[in-house]
Design a protein around this ligand. Structure first.
Ligand SMILES: Cc1ncc(COP(=O)(O)O)c(C=O)c1O
Length: 933
């Protein structure tokens, strides 16, 4: 095929540089174009101001032209037809075609049936007939990107050739999008969520006619100069690598006109296959469909469906199986009416008949878990049917033996604290930075983690440090620089294991911005980096300059580089798949990327999995995990990006709405992340000049970033506390559900199911509440107003300081002379089973004793909701800061605290507090009675 003459036009800014979302720009663009085309047609037929209407249309066409060049429908062909009608001043036909396209786009009917772009009736009918056999309904549709610098005519020929390959039995149907350059290919991959596969041909230029700033940030500012000098023949390979970084789920193919054998030998792992020019079009077509099928397949869900259709006699203990106990009932028929029969046909306890066992999978569950591992970038994935609460305990039990030291974020989910008790870990609690103004915590700074590791090293205990356990992202949406944390920690202890609790972050692996800060994404990158000669050189230089200084401050002040020869990549991630992706409640996953798993962990993991996994796992949960995986592998990118877009829209609308601004504000990165952790210096992702472009910058450089899909609304100026706002305003009046509040904030979470209408609804409700507040304020009597001001002040100014973890009592420290803070919570936990070692103490008495510097030690977890982290753990000494905090809390629930009795604490005798020197010497008989620890 002939190549087009390459143009040397200057690059044109693409609309997305200024807007939040290309899809919203596109949707809105077509709505405007429809309106403008209507006006133009009216003006032309009724003698109105045609030039004015024409100018409006031209402006919208200009906006849409670059965007449309990356989509198959209406595609370059259709758009050119539109432009031609406009230029020929055929305004009625132009209007007609604009409406046809716009309707097909908004209803997405182009995915389901052929949409003719012919205006000539006869030609349209003819075309329609030709397509009659091509029934798309029920055949999922996708788009195939072809990177080649083709003329319009050659493009059409190629399109026809690929269409001619279609067969009735094809399970999927696709259309092509052709882009001419390296940069265009990347823009298409970012814009077009319909893409599922990409064919890269040889010899295309580098530059696009369009410029898109975020591209550079997403590709980590790759050297454009380096690319310019790269021979055209090598660009294909590099493009494959870059596309795989952005959207690893896309299937990549190369079609070459040089020796395919030669290329195949050099190809990176990202390509599915290499083909020699046109000779293998049919093979290419089959390969494309086959690869989609590999993602589409759901082995367990399919097996369950097949099973549910088989006639079976039920002679086991599950009366609900096949709906039998319901169908025969006179009283519970409504259960079937509500759920339908399908779910009960699929209810079984059989592990035979094509089904599999979660505990020892060898069939469809095994394969489905392997597919999940591929999707989430893990080496191994394990499904869990009892939520991440269980997933976390499994991982901790598998990795930790009694006496191992674990560095643990004190604000992490309670499952970890209980996991520490069960495993007998010696815990070093890490303090997250506090956000006193909003009564919430941030995350744990790398400096604090390094400091603990260095202390333990100095004390000669580094060999006992096994695990660092952090929450990424936190409930409030604070996300770590996962790469930095792991690299720097591995520089101090090369075989350290990491457990990233990503209960809220399962979606993050399907978007390039987020993926960089996930445990699995980073593990894969580190593994590659440690093999890279450039990194080895970097480490050698670092080692030479840094040496092995005595002074810990130097270790703290320097960005440490791990030794690639010694560092092991040992990363575990837990996902509450059900929280952020499609899965039934309790559907969670454990993802493993541990180089030493087979050698050191597999057996223990198996035992831990057996310990916590039900022998009757719910098959519907398992099936939903399988289907949820299919969804993210095929449309995760679209769903996540749209979720971000909706969240951004919500932020923008609140920030710019005059009434809402009076009472509400979404906390921005500058509010949630202190300056010292934000080298970008950026205070908010949005500003009027650069609009949303700055978010990428933060995600590149800052120690912590805020997940924009979690929106913390500051409501201090309303004078209503978070809990009351949640219950009395959002839930009771408007049926809006949220699950986290602090004293002066409420957290709204968007998810992949959030729509533009739900965003609009929330804004509407907030406006109504703001109007109500206006009326309330206007009607206040002077004493009421004074009271209100006091409340506002208490919510905005007088907030109790959040306390750090105090310390474990020396009785529970590991060795009475320990200079490091680790404590044995299990010892404290089980000691408290003996009533005689415990007592209750009221708040006033406790305050008196703590003020008198008595060491009072909690026997149990005390957890106020909100904020939901344990303010006290077993074995912890109660500090005056903790008491001040508890006293200032206006929380309804404090688990572990009984107002009528007070706090449950150890008696002085139990912990030897009376005789400080005999820490190990508490009354011997009693301690002996405590369970062995
Ligand atoms: C950080 C974190 N980890 C783990 C869990 C527990 O997850 P699940 O509800 O799936 O048991 C939660 C629950 O809210 C959580 O916030």
């Amino acid at each position: 095929m002939k190549r087009k003459q390459r143009s040397v036009e200057p690059q044109r800014e693409i609309a997305i540089n200024l807007y939040r979302s290309v899809w919203e720009v596109r949707n809105d663009g077509w709505i405007h174009l429809s309106d403008n085309a209507n006006q133009l047609a009216d003006a032309a037929s009724e003698g109105g101001d045609v030039e004015l209407a024409r100018a409006r249309v031209a402006e919208t066409l200009d906006l849409l032209e670059p965007i449309e060049s990356y989509w198959a429908f209406p595609g370059r062909h259709g758009f050119l037809r539109l432009l031609a009608l406009f230029q020929d001043r055929e305004y009625a036909d132009f209007n007609d075609l604009v409406h046809r396209i716009s309707r097909a786009l908004s209803s997405q009917s182009y995915r389901k049936s052929f949409v003719s772009l012919h205006l000539d009736e006869e030609a349209a009918v003819e075309e329609e007939e030709r397509r009659e056999t091509e029934v798309r309904v029920d055949r999922p549709y996708f788009e195939l990107l072809i990177v080649d610098d083709l003329s319009a005519q050659d493009e059409e020929t190629l399109r026809k050739r690929l269409r001619s390959m279609r067969r009735d039995e094809d399970k999927f149907i696709y259309e092509i999008v052709v882009v001419p350059s390296f940069q265009d290919a990347l823009i298409a991959v970012l814009f077009n969520f319909n893409l599922q596969a990409c064919v890269i041909r040889y010899g295309f230029p580098l530059k696009s006619r369009y410029r898109l700033d975020i591209l550079h940030q997403l590709l980590e500012n790759y050297e454009e100069e380096g690319l310019e000098s790269l021979p055209e023949s090598e660009r294909g390979c590099l493009l494959g690598t870059k596309i795989a970084q952005l959207r690893p789920e896309l299937d990549l193919y190369m079609v070459t006109d040089v020796s395919a054998e030669d290329i195949a030998g050099k190809l990176c792992e990202n390509f599915h296959r290499v083909f020699y020019r046109e000779e293998d079009d049919r093979e290419l077509h089959f390969s494309i469909l086959q690869a989609i099928e590999e993602r589409y397949q759901t082995p367990f869900f399919t097996a369950l469906r097949v099973y549910s259709q088989q006639p079976t006699g039920v002679f086991h203990a599950l009366p609900i199986s096949r709906g039998k106990s319901i169908l025969q009932s006179h009283w519970i028929q409504d259960m079937i009416q509500f759920y339908g029969l399908g779910v009960f046909l699929a209810e079984t306890s059989a592990t035979s008949g094509g089904l599999d066992s979660l505990l020892e999978p060898i069939g469809p569950i095994k394969v489905a878990q392997e597919l999940a591992a591929r999707a989430f970038g893990a080496k191994r994935t394990f499904w869990v049917t009892n939520g991440t609460s269980t997933a976390n305990k499994i991982v901790v039990q598998a990795l930790i033996q009694p006496g191992d030291i674990v560095l643990l974020d004190r604000n992490c989910h309670k499952s970890h604290h209980y996991g520490m008790v069960l495993s007998g870990a010696n815990v070093v609690y890490l303090d997250a930075y506090p956000l006193n103004e909003y009564s919430m915590y941030g995350a744990v700074p790398i400096r604090a983690i390094k400091q603990r590791l260095l202390e333990l090293r100095r004390a000669g205990k580094l060999d006992r440090v096994k695990l660092v356990l952090l929450t990424n992202c936190t409930f409030d949406g604070i996300v770590y620089d996962v790469e930095r944390v792991m690299e720097e920690c591995l520089a101090i202890k090369p075989d350290l294991i990491f457990l990233w609790d990503e209960a809220w972050f399962a979606f993050a692996g399907f978007h390039p911005t987020y993926r960089r800060r996930t445990g699995m994404g980073t593990a894969a990158r580190l593994r590659e980096r440690f093999r890279d000669p450039d990194f080895r050189r970097r480490h050698a230089e670092f080692k030479e300059q840094f040496g092995n200084p005595e002074d810990d401050r130097l270790w703290l002040d320097t960005r440490l580089v791990p030794d690639p020869e010694r560092a092991r990549v040992r990363v575990y991630v837990t996902h509450s798949t059900h929280k952020t992706l499609t899965a039934l409640r309790q559907g969670s996953m454990i993802h493993v990327y541990d180089q030493d798993f087979k050698q050191k962990v597999e057996e223990a993991f198996h035992e831990a999995y057996m310990t916590h996994t039900s022998t009757s796992p719910n098959y519907q949960i398992l099936a939903s995990l399988d289907v949820g995986r299919r969804q993210v592998e095929l449309e995760g990118y679209e769903l996540v990006q749209k979720q971000v877009d909706h969240a951004m829209a919500l932020r923008e609308r609140i920030a710019t709405h005059a009434l809402l601004k009076k009472y509400f504000r979404f906390l921005a990165t500058g509010d949630l992340i202190p300056k010292e952790y934000r080298p970008s210096g950026i205070e908010a992702y949005f500003n009027s000049e650069q609009r949303w472009a700055r978010m990428e910058e933060c995600w590149h450089s800052d120690e912590f970033v805020v997940d924009p899909t979690r929106l913390t609304l500051y409501i201090g100026p309303t004078g209503i506390d978070g809990d009351t706002f949640k219950h009395d305003y959002l839930m009771e009046k408007y049926g809006i559900q949220i699950n986290k509040t602090s004293r002066n904030t409420v957290l709204f979470m968007t998810n992949i199911g959030t729509t533009r209408s739900s965003v609009a609804y929330l804004i509407e409700i907030l406006v109504k509440i703001a109007q109500e507040l206006d009326v309330r304020n206007e009607d206040m009597s002077p004493p009421e107003m004074r009271l209100h001001q006091i409340k506002v002040e208490s919510l905005t100014k007088r907030l109790p300081a959040l306390p750090d973890f105090s310390h474990f009592h020396r009785f529970f420290r590991c060795g009475t002379d320990s200079t490091t803070p680790e404590g044995d919570m299990r010892k404290a936990y089980f000691m408290s089973y003996d009533e005689t070692l415990c007592r209750y103490i009221t708040m006033p008495e406790l305050q008196r004793q703590v003020a008198a510097k008595r060491e009072i030690v909690s026997t149990m977890f005390v957890i106020p909701y909100p904020p939901g982290f344990p303010i006290l753990v077993p074995g912890q000494v109660i500090s005056k800061e903790i008491l001040a905090f508890i006293e200032a809390l206006d929380t309804r629930e404090i688990h572990g605290y009984r107002p009528e009795l007070g706090f449950r604490v150890f008696t002085d005798e139990a912990i030897g507090a009376v005789e400080p020197d005999s820490a190990g010497g508490a009354p011997a008989a009693r301690i002996a009675a405590a369970p062995a620890v």
